[in-house]
Design a protein around this ligand. Structure first.
Ligand code: FVH
Length: 296
């Protein structure tokens, strides 16, 4: 994994395929940096602002991919990437393809295997940003696949956000991307669970958010401790809250008494109960990881 500063961006010709919300933001950053940028979108009429800023619109995918040595795809999904690129695979030979479309790890690996069959250098990317964040301090883009492409194009990649490389296995950027999003969605759902509990007494979600945000922020400090226990593989270590101590029955009862659903806390309780039933109740709370690690 690498992450380091780079010199100013050498100007180059870049083609952006896909001008949805994200593709447009990525293309705008390229144009703003002075790259000779060609843009293409399946449906016409999305390139107006980019053309005004200095981009050139290609009328066909063929025209788009032959305009630049570097092709960036930001389309809807894996299927749309193949729909767009398969017909121009011959024209892509000798060029570099950076795919920032969200895919599963195996879909990224499939594209990474498809690309060299057609003489294409391939780098896969996972965007940890919304379109508004592109180019700003909070934007991170995860990459895996060709290390040569990553290093050679690094200064261009850095226009979109902090670039982090996860190795030659093209599926790794996607895996990290989706794992981080999994953690985020479950945390958000936990917030909704708590908001519903206090909401049953007329407390607004906004008021709850003011208390939940600093609380959640404070407790993320525990992640490193959990990680150490998991990586060490010994859940009997001292100083850790036990699974039995972490019983959520009162929480579930409170929610039920308030007439609120318990999907999130019941799911957590069930994961812990599996470990307790297997005889590990006195072991560390982080042992819950073992209920998730392998599909039931
Ligand atoms: N927007 C976001 O916040 C998230 C942030 C994290 C990463 N995602 C992923 O980025 C990909 C693109 O997302 P997007 O926000 O640009 O998506 P849309 O605005 O819906 O634009 C989709 C573009 O894909 C084109 N497209 C769809 N299907 C096809 C197809 N079969 N052939 C050719 N192009 C296709 C679509 O074209 P059109 O509908 O305008 O003709 C748009 O250009 C995505 O993987 C996110 O998961 C964004």
């Amino acid at each position: 994994m690498t992450n380091h500063d780079h010199s100013p961006t050498p100007l180059e010709s870049v083609t952006m395929l896909g001008l949805g919300a994200m593709g447009s933001a990525l293309a705008a950053a390229l144009v703003a940096a002075g790259h000779r940028t060609t843009v293409w979108n399946r449906t016409a009429g999305k390139a107006g602002e980019l053309i005004t800023a200095g981009a050139t619109e290609a009328g066909t995918v063929h025209e788009a991919v032959t305009a630049s040595p570097l092709i960036v795809a930001c389309l809807l999904d894996h299927q749309s990437v193949h729909e767009v690129l398969d017909p121009v695979a011959t024209e892509l030979e000798g060029r570099t393809l950076i795919n920032l479309t969200t895919t599963t790890p195996n879909q990224a690996r499939e594209l990474a295997a498809w690309a060299p069959e057609h003489g294409i250098d391939y780098l896969d990317g996972g965007l940890m940003a919304t379109p508004e964040m592109i180019g700003g301090p909070g934007s991170t883009v995860l990459y895996s696949g060709s290390n040569v492409v990553f290093e050679e194009r690094r200064s261009t990649l850095d226009l979109w956000g902090a670039s982090t490389y996860f190795g030659e296995d093209a599926g790794m950027a996607s895996l990290y991307d989706l794992a981080l999003l999994a953690a985020m969605y479950v945390m958000f759902a936990g917030f909704f669970q708590g908001a519903a509990m206090v909401g049953s007494e007329g407390v607004s979600a906004s008021e709850f958010a003011q208390r939940a945000a600093p609380w959640l922020n404070a407790v993320t400090g525990a992640l490193a401790d959990f990680a150490e226990v998991i990586d060490g593989g010994d859940y009997t270590v001292d100083g850790q809250q036990s699974l039995e101590f972490s019983d959520l029955s009162y929480m579930i009862q409170a929610a039920e008494d308030q007439g609120v659903g318990t999907p999130m806390i019941s799911a957590v309780q069930a994961l812990m109960q599996r470990q307790i039933d297997a005889g590990h109740g006195t072991e560390a709370f982080a042992r819950m990881y073992e209920s998730i690690r392998r599909a039931a």
